[in-house]
Design a protein around this ligand. Sequence first.
Ligand SMILES: Cc1ncc(COP(=O)(O)O)c(C=O)c1O
Length: 391
Amino acid sequence: MKYSDITKLKYLAQDKNSRSANPAIVRNSTVFFKSMQELINHENLVKKGSKVNFYEYGRAGSQTTIALQNFITDLELGYRTFLTPTGFGAVSLAIMSFCRPGDEIIVTDAVYAPTRIITSKLLKEFNVKTHFYNPEDLTTLEKRINKKTKMIFVENPGSNTFEFQDLSKIIKLAKKRKIITAIDNTWGTPLFIKPLKLGFDMSISSGTKYLSGHSDVMLGSLCVNKRVYDKVRFCNKLLGYRASPDDAYLVLRGLRTLDVRLNKHQENTKKIISFLSKQNKIKEILYPFKRGASNYENWKKYYSGSTGLFSVVIQSKKRNSIYNFINSLKLFGIGQSWGGFESLALYQSHVIQRVYRKYLKPNNHIVRFHIGLEDPKDLIEDLGKAIKKIK
Ligand SMILES: Cc1ncc(COP(=O)(O)O)c(C=O)c1O
């Protein structure tokens, strides 16, 4: 029987052996075998990529991490999932599995800042060239494709500026030339979009964010299709990535309520945006909420929901007044990350780097919000008071 995602979230990873609603937390390094023959047979099974219930050594994971891997694979409709200690680990695993000296990689200009550094600085040391494309103009991507192009790295929507791209067009360009594709799908989660079904080879999620949802754990997942599985497995093993069973368990527990939490994040965010869009101090809201706008149309085409992270553009000659606005918010924490139960606000203009500088203009300030699960009425009242500080 085929279950809906909502049912899957509740049903997957039950432990049939212990008759428990959840899998056990198995911490291990050494795994015992009954005989050398059994150990060798098991190693061969793992080498072939067969699905197993345990590994021959703790570095590859335990029953708990396998439960989470299978859970995410089912939700992503993928072939296999690799877990990494952080979301950024999944980004680097995807890239380092494929890019080799002489290759080129084409990356969205609106990429998460550390991903930008890994491609433009670290890969450069290995003689891999990076090009950035404009997520709002895919001809800039097409123009960069040549015989050396190994990978297209997409992040959707863009970090901090939230551009939504026409993803099928990217897949079409890549497939024609057999280029590997990866997408950082942390914003949408595999509940609201299935990148592998669209044709991406790899789908990345920072489990630190919505998958866990409680701001108490860090983890990454890289779900892959069959085409790229062997290469990623090879690299994963040799780079020594491993997620801790305790962390995997926390992410798995968070996943049980992913649908409930995301719906509430979405509902609250829409209310906050409706309030902010009436404030004349807010010049632009970077979120897919206006029918007819290109980010709305591309969001609608590919996503079944929207989440709680967005930015606003504020125009002011007084940057300090924007800091005062953020500092005087009582219910919005000032801090990194997002995707937890709590609301956050962060000034971002100073850390954003772009080749295509649409939003990076003098006196434009980008403030990123994450809307949590608090009562939206309280959040609106808080924002209403703080907004007066903007001069
Ligand atoms: C879009 C995106 N991808 C990846 C990451 C990295 O995740 P982690 O913090 O779990 O390493 C982040 C973190 O903020 C992010 O915003």
